[in-house]
Design a protein around this ligand. Structure first.
Ligand code: GLV
Length: 425
């Protein structure tokens, strides 16, 4: 089976992994409404193709919090990656470095902060769940700082773990030897049995995560670390303003991949209002539902500086052993998107982003969100249009009605795109 896209990797991973492990990664909370919504919202956004733009030069590089990266795609924190691959986070660290992007290590990782630091020299962030005993979390942040992690990514959408019914039905337990290794030496974890109606993650999250956190936690973090603080799990404009007011260097617009509050909107749907509220005062990242290069373009067009992927790199990681050396995989892992050579996906000119056109694209997004049509901008200057370029090959454009077109993405011509409106108002 040729592996053409992330859905193909997911299908092969489903065949390979045991049901509880596959479902842990794939699943969401409750009825999985938000999990589905993340994809549906991306699918509803239309792209307007623009013709005859010189796209002979393609450059994906950008920078996030001052860190140069090869593409506007970072690796989101994903817990216990040894459920997917024997080396788990260590393999991911190598792949991220090879791909020239940032890896975010989960507090709940199955390899420790230090093990991952020595697995590769690539840039890393440390994702933090704050423990009931703040000293435990303080120590983890200091450990991360000491071995060169570049930021703390504070997850704020897990006061309690989402109710992931697939895991509860499967009574998800980790195999022998797989553990939350960051806690070793920090806290004495009482041995526990996974009871019916529990999973190992839900039972440990109850013990390990403080449900009483408030915004003060950001001030507390900033009181002892000079690492930039990224606040992950922001879904409203008001919370985005709180995060900025508390000194966040970046926020991640995220519903935790549909794994936390079921019923929450798709993160891409709330991005325009959040980007407008932040108004350039901190960087805005987005995760939840990214599966295609065009999803990245949509997120950038609606106000994100870059995106994070989770499942989209875990599926290739799962299959790394089988695919090693196979012709279709030429980066070890992850192979995040439709094209194996990321430079074939979209052009993002670091100089053009975000300085040149944020106002215009925020205005356009705000107009779209309000159901108005933003007037076509005059032909953009060179810098602006490099921001909006998308690599399509054999793009076929089908008229669907007076003003709408459907774009079938196949690949080999780059076109400038403008995101004129969302259809999901
Ligand atoms: C942990 O953060 C998870 O979402 O499983």
């Amino acid at each position: 089976m040729p592996l053409l896209n992330i859905f193909d990797y997911e299908e092969l991973a489903r065949r390979k992994l045991s049901k509880p492990f596959f479902e842990y990664i794939a699943g969401g909370a409750d009825d999985e409404t938000t999990l589905r919504r993340n994809r549906e919202a991306f699918e509803r956004i239309e792209l307007s193709p623009r013709a005859l733009v010189d796209v002979s030069h393609v450059d994906l590089t950008t920078s996030v919090l001052g860190q140069a990266v090869e593409m506007p795609v970072l690796l989101a924190p994903v817990a216990v990656q040894r459920l997917a691959h024997p080396e788990g986070e260590l393999a991911t660290a190598g792949a991220a470095a090879q791909a020239g992007t940032i890896m975010t290590l989960s507090t709940m990782a199955s390899a420790s902060i230090e093990e991952v630091a020595s697995a590769s020299n690539g840039p890393k962030w440390f994702q933090l769940y704050v423990h009931r005993d703040r000293n435990v979390s303080k120590s983890m942040v200091q450990r991360a700082d000491a071995v060169g992690y570049k930021a703390v990514c504070l997850t704020v959408d897990v006061p309690r773990l989402g109710r992931r019914e697939r895991d509860l039905r499967n009574r998800l337990e980790y195999p022998p030897g797989v553990a939350h290794r960051n806690y070793i030496g920090e806290v004495e974890l009482p041995p526990f049995e996974v009871e019916p109606g529990e999973s190992e993650l839900s039972a440990s999250a109850d013990v390990l995560i403080d449900p009483a956190l408030t915004w003060e936690v950001i001030d507390w973090l900033r009181s002892f670390t000079s690492l930039p603080v990224i606040v992950k799990g922001i879904m409203t404009a008001e919370d985005a303003r709180f995060a900025v007011d508390h000194g966040a260097s970046a926020i991640v617009v995220s519903n935790h991949g549909g794994r936390q509050l079921d019923g929450a909107p798709a993160s891409i749907s709330v991005l325009p209002e959040i980007a407008a509220a932040v108004d350039g005062r901190c960087e805005v990242l987005l995760d939840s539902g990214i599966r295609r290069g065009t999803d990245i373009v949509k997120a950038l067009a609606l106000g994100a500086n870059a995106v994070l992927i989770g499942r989209a790199y875990i599926w290739p990681l799962t299959l790394e052993h089988e695919l090693r050396g196979a012709a279709q995989v030429h980066v070890a892992l992850p192979v995040p998107f439709d094209c194996q050579h990321p430079a074939r996906l979209l052009h993002l000119d670091a100089a053009a982003h975000p300085a040149v056109e944020p106002r215009r694209h925020h205005r356009r997004a705000a107009a779209a969100a309000a159901g108005q049509r933003f007037p076509h901008a005059p032909l953009p200057d060179a810098k602006c249009h490099s921001l909006w370029r998308l690599h399509l090959s054999d793009a076929e454009v089908h008229p669907l009605g007076k003003r709408r077109v459907a774009l079938h993405l196949r690949a080999d011509r780059l076109q400038r795109i403008a995101l004129d409106r969302l259809l999901n108002e």
